[in-house]
Design a protein around this ligand. Structure first.
Ligand code: C2E
Ligand code: MG
Ligand code: MG
Ligand code: MG
Length: 288
């Protein structure tokens, strides 16, 4: 009986592996078609200045509007796109679309684009960025490219050259999810970063009295010392914003200020931000 069960389980496993493989093949074909079918969308999440709480820009976050699966988040398909050699094409689309959208915003606003290490490993990333800027007419200083520490592990001369060439184009480079990877301080010296984005796991663990809060304070001080801007990710509560503000963190990003939104929602979001600031100014003027 036990043997029978075992064999049954094995056959079930075999079958589900087969189903899994089929599922992946289907996903791969769907993803290959997604670009042509216009199923990829960019959502934009606001970045907020820590002092005035004004909008300073948006981060472009990729979504896949799948005809049957619904809105698929990037963590569910970016890795597959990398494995299947699709990230070059997808990344190029993201760059073009993000720059095109940003060119229609007030010129004080920046746009951040996430890059996968694979985009550095193959293809002409620098050429793609230059082309996206040219096509959109976006001021290069308004474009921020977010890279992760994983990229720096493939610490090749090629990666260094590309980062240097990107800086020459005039774009900004941000280290994303800072603190989750290897966080070698040497990286911060050797690469021409403009900004670090403190991973949201740190922000989530902060409280008025914790070791994590001390670590976060130390990272913001490090940023100031190295003349890097510091953005805190995943700010969800007013308390977190208060603590991070006291540490002179430069920017906030998180659900407290706005979730990633479709492009159609941006105009109203900007208008209500402007209205809020004008109200505040008139209150301040009245008080003065
Ligand atoms: P990321 O670059 O660190 O982006 C921030 C992620 O945190 C986003 O998830 C955002 O929705 C989420 N987030 C922001 N504020 C909060 C908050 O207050 N609380 C919580 N719980 N989450 C918050 P999303 O959009 O699912 O993106 C996940 C990751 O996928 C990104 O992490 C980025 O690494 C990657 N990604 C997104 N778009 C692209 C892209 O165009 N290209 C590449 N290569 N990767 C991308
Ligand atoms: Mg990012
Ligand atoms: Mg991040
Ligand atoms: Mg993150």
């Amino acid at each position: 009986r036990a043997k029978g069960d075992g064999r049954g389980a094995y056959r079930f496993f075999e079958m589900s592996m087969d189903v899994w493989a089929q599922e992946r093949r289907a996903l791969e074909m769907d993803l290959r078609a997604a670009l042509a079918n216009d199923e990829l969308k960019l959502f934009f999440q606001p970045l907020i200045g820590s002092r005035e709480h004004e909008i300073t820009g948006f981060e472009a976050l990729l979504r896949w509007q799948h005809p049957r699966r619904g809105l698929v988040p990037p963590n569910d398909f970016i890795e597959c796109a990398e494995q299947w050699g699709l990230i070059g094409k997808i990344g190029e689309w993201v760059l073009n679309e993000a720059c095109r959208q940003a060119a229609s915003w007030p010129t004080s606003l920046t746009v951040a684009v996430n890059l996968s290490p694979n985009q550095f490993a193959s293809g002409d990333l620098v050429g793609q960025v230059a082309h996206a800027l040219e096509l959109s007419g976006l001021d290069p200083a308004r474009l921020e490219l977010e890279i992760t520490e994983g990229l720096l592990l493939q610490d090749t001369a090629r990666t260094m050259d590309q980062l240097a060439a990107l800086k020459v184009l005039g774009v900004k480079i941000a280290m994303d999810d800072f603190g989750t990877g290897y966080s070698s301080l040497a990286y911060l010296w050797r690469f021409p970063f403009d900004k670090i984005k403190l991973d949201r796991s740190f922000v989530a663990e902060m409280s008025d009295n914790s070791a994590i809060t001390d670590i976060v304070r130390t990272i913001t001080l490090l940023g100031q010392t190295l003349k890097l801007q510091v953005t805190a990710e995943g700010v969800e509560t007013a308390d977190q914003a208060r603590m991070l503000g006291e540490m002179h963190c430069d920017h906030f990003q998180g659900f407290l200020f706005g979730r990633p939104m479709p492009v159609g929602d941006i105009p109203n979001f900007l208008i209500s931000d402007l209205a809020r600031r004008m109200r505040r100014e008139s209150v301040e003027a009245a008080e003065a």
